[in-house]
Design a binder for this molecule. Structure first.
Ligand SMILES: NC(=O)C1=CN([C@@H]2O[C@H](COP(=O)(O)OP(=O)(O)OC[C@H]3O[C@@H](n4cnc5c(N)ncnc54)[C@H](O)[C@@H]3O)[C@@H](O)[C@H]2O)C=CC1
Ligand SMILES: O=C(CO)COP(=O)(O)O
Length: 395
């Protein structure tokens, strides 16, 4: 295949990002910094698809201009004018060559590298809109933390995006609280990427091979260190399942039970994550990915301390409200992934008849449903513990 009009700027990869939330905007910043720094391999401009909505810029914003901003504006227009996402990543300067667009076709049409970064519940509808609009030889990376559960069973978004669009899709996941990465505080991430080029549409002549080195160069920053591995399933699963465990630690923190209790939940959570990978993705997933990589243990630790799932679960206990209510009132449009993932994983386990093998993940679903109390967690994760009455010697 030779380069044609379908790939403007022949010989250089064009990168597009689908999504512009808290993490989407942060990854767009990273990509744009790297496309600018490596102009021999990448076209500088990065298109970013934005789910269009109206946003009222607060009059306290340093660039507020009453002649333009007295009424709510399209978020896309604000991003392109301010070079900032004032709703989902306020206060962080974005490179000017990030071009926000509400038109998904325009975003993906000439991109040879597609980066997916949206809450997982929106993936099917977005893929439907992208189908047939993208370059057939495009390669993709999913930064989405979630799993796809359907009648057919459970699958990873890297797989479902790849199958749906007929392209290869790897996965990026790690201990990456977006606000910290956006402020260029050091973190590590893991990218699972193992395409079999012989089965993919060939890249046009002259376009550099999309391999570990190229993908690492696209994402690695001095403050964002990338480790490349082949285990796409392990990377994807770690990011999805840790959100359920983060809810559990939020419940425990909400009860004021302290760090030992939280460590116990995290320990059991890590074991259940590893077991899940072993039972359901044994062909594709390395269990060591959970215990050795940023996308496993490290993401579990950070999410159980500073993540949104943890924070909302903690507040739900403290305020006596549901996690969904807290998400609505506290996150300003950002989306939790743990609540839906807990439900999806529970439904999958129920169908498999294995809920008892995953007592913690099952308990999180039941707590969200209101059928189990968070105070029951110690006995749920240790069902064989002798039942004794509480100590009478309390001060
Ligand atoms: N925020 C973080 O610290 C991190 C998030 N992630 C993952 O990144 C993925 C994306 O999350 P964020 O960028 O944080 O998003 P977010 O939670 O900050 O924002 C929600 C996004 O969903 C969009 N949206 C709302 N309704 C929509 C609809 N009907 N269709 C399509 N989009 C719609 C909003 O425009 C917004 O961009 C998630 O899977 C999350 O788990 C991964 C690492 C860190
Ligand atoms: O995935 C995350 C950090 O790595 C963020 O998790 P939350 O979605 O719970 O904020």
């Amino acid at each position: 295949m030779t380069l044609g009009a379908d790939h403007p700027g022949s010989g250089k990869h064009k990168v597009a990002i689908v999504g512009s939330g808290n993490w989407g905007s942060t990854i767009a910043k990273i990509l744009a910094e790297n496309t600018e720094a490596q102009s021999d391999v990448f076209q500088k401009e990065v298109k970013m698809w934005v789910y269009e909505e109206k946003f009222q810029l607060p009059d306290s914003h340093p660039k507020y201009d009453s002649s333009k901003h007295s009424k709510p504006s399209n978020l896309t227009e604000l991003i392109n004018e301010l070079h900032e996402n004032p709703k989902y990543l306020p206060g962080v300067a974005l490179p000017e060559h990030i071009i926000a667009t509400p038109d998904i076709k325009d975003c993906v049409a000439d991109a040879s590298i597609l980066v997916f970064n949206i809450p997982h519940q929106f993936v099917p509808q977005i893929c439907k809109q992208i189908e047939g609009q993208h370059l057939p030889y495009a390669r993709a990376i999913s930064c989405i933390k979630g799993v796809s559960v359907s009648e057919d069973g459970i699958s990873l978004f890297s797989d479902s995006i790849g199958k749906r669009l007929g392209i290869y899709c790897g996965a990026l996941s790690g201990a990456n609280i977006a606000s910290e990465v956006a402020q260029e505080k050091f973190s590590e991430t893991t990218i699972g990427f193992s395409p079999d080029d012989s089965k993919l549409k060939p890249l046009p002549e002259g376009l550099p091979k999309v391999d570990h080195e190229l993908i690492q160069n696209l994402f690695h920053r001095p403050y964002f260190h990338v480790k490349m591995i082949d285990d796409v399933a392990g990377v994807s699963l770690g990011g999805a399942l840790k959100n359920i465990i983060a809810l559990a630690t939020g419940f425990v923190d909400g009860l004021g039970w302290g760090d030992n209790a939280k460590a116990a939940i995290m320990r059991v959570g890590l074991l259940e994550m590893r077991k899940f990978g072993k039972m359901y993705f044994s062909n594709s997933c390395r269990t060591a990915t959970f215990t050795e990589e940023s996308c496993g243990i490290a993401d579990l630790i950070t999410s159980c301390s500073g993540g949104r799932n943890h924070r909302c679960a903690k507040l739900s206990i403290e305020r006596g409200k549901s996690v969904d209510e807290i998400e609505q009132s506290e996150l300003n449009g950002q989306k939790l992934q743990g609540t839906l993932t807990a439900k999806e994983v529970y439904e999958f386990l129920k169908k498999e008849g294995t809920t008892e093998e995953f007592p913690l993940m099952t308990a999180v679903y039941n707590i969200l449903e209101g059928t189990v109390k968070p105070e029951e967690l110690p006995d749920i994760i240790d069902p064989k513990s002798p039942k004794r009455s509480p100590s009478p010697h309390k001060l």
